[in-house]
Design a protein around this ligand. Structure first.
Ligand SMILES: [Zn+2]
Length: 288
């Protein structure tokens, strides 16, 4: 079962949030019929989206992540809300490229390291908050670690992992660690060493380690404090006929007239969940 848990280590000087997203990523794989390397790429982004969703405060708040690299995947889009309802899609779901020399899926190549990542937080203000940074490897976790440093001036490390076998997603998850300004050099030194020596997060989850065990392992603090549990992360799309109608209206009167004349109806497919919405001639006329 997917879950998320926040912890405080070293008497509150280190924040850590761990998440498991195996089911969430497997759902995404099935919905979009993703190739293995795209499952890994979108899976890492969905995991990151849910981690960021867990830091949203307001009920209606939404965070959107967008990765635009120069690789064959195209653009990756993910959204999550404060209830950790997470969804996403990519331009090209079927990308198939050779494995890396070490036998791993080549996410960096599929995403492409020349490009940008965007974080858009809609927290009910007039304008959403938009942060951005250049991609560094296209491997996603490194790109978000760099994003926090460049765009939010935070000393934060991100790990994301998706393990895939022939049946689909075997395990997926991630963690995000931030140091408070009062963390000592010694504590940071231990933390850096532990993180460098830790097994990949997807492997720890595959070995059935609990989120608490993982947090202890990464921080090296056996007296780690467990904070409140958040809702469980799920793949869920909140599209509706009303929202699709708005999208249709936003294309403009002329385009709408053209559709009405040529097709006499419209069919819109939701990018996030592939649900189809049909609009009849009468409905289109009403919109006009
Ligand atoms: Zn949908």
């Amino acid at each position: 079962m997917d879950e998320i848990q926040k912890f405080l280590a070293y008497n509150g000087k280190i924040n850590i949030t761990c998440i498991s997203t195996t089911k969430l990523v497997e759902n995404a794989r099935k919905i979009h019929d993703l190739s293995p390397v795209v499952t890994a790429a979108l899976g890492r982004c969905l995991t990151m989206g849910a981690l960021m969703g867990s830091n949203l405060k307001g009920e209606e708040d939404v965070v959107t992540l967008q990765i635009k690299g120069n690789g064959p995947i195209g653009t990756i889009t993910v959204t999550s809300d404060s209830k950790l309802r997470t969804r996403g899609y990519v331009t090209n779901p079927n990308v198939d490229i050779p494995l890396r020399k070490d036998g791993k899926l080549n996410v960096g190549e599929a995403v492409g390291k020349d490009g940008f990542l965007y974080v858009i937080r809609d927290i009910g203000l007039k304008e959403p908050y938009v942060g951005m940074s250049k991609l560094v490897t296209g491997e996603i976790a490194e790109d978000f670690t760099n994003y926090y440093f460049i765009s939010e001036q935070k000393n934060t490390a991100v790990a994301l992992g998706v393990l895939i076998n022939k049946n689909g997603v075997k395990s997926a998850g991630g963690f995000i660690v931030s140091a408070m300004p009062d963390a000592t050099e010694d504590e940071l030194f231990i933390l850096e060493n532990r993180m460098r020596e830790a097994k990949p997060i997807s492997q720890m989850l595959d070995e059935n380690m609990s989120l608490l065990e993982i947090a202890k392992d990464i921080t090296g603090d056996i007296n780690i404090k467990v904070l409140e549990k958040k809702e469980k992360p799920v793949y869920e799309c909140n599209c509706s006929k009303e929202k699709m109608e708005k999208a249709l209206i936003s294309i403009g009167k002329e385009e709408l007239k053209k559709i009405l004349q040529e097709d006499k109806k419209a069919e819109i497919v939701c990018n996030f969940c592939n649900k189809k919405y049909e609009f009849s001639k009468e409905e289109l006329e009403n919109m006009l």
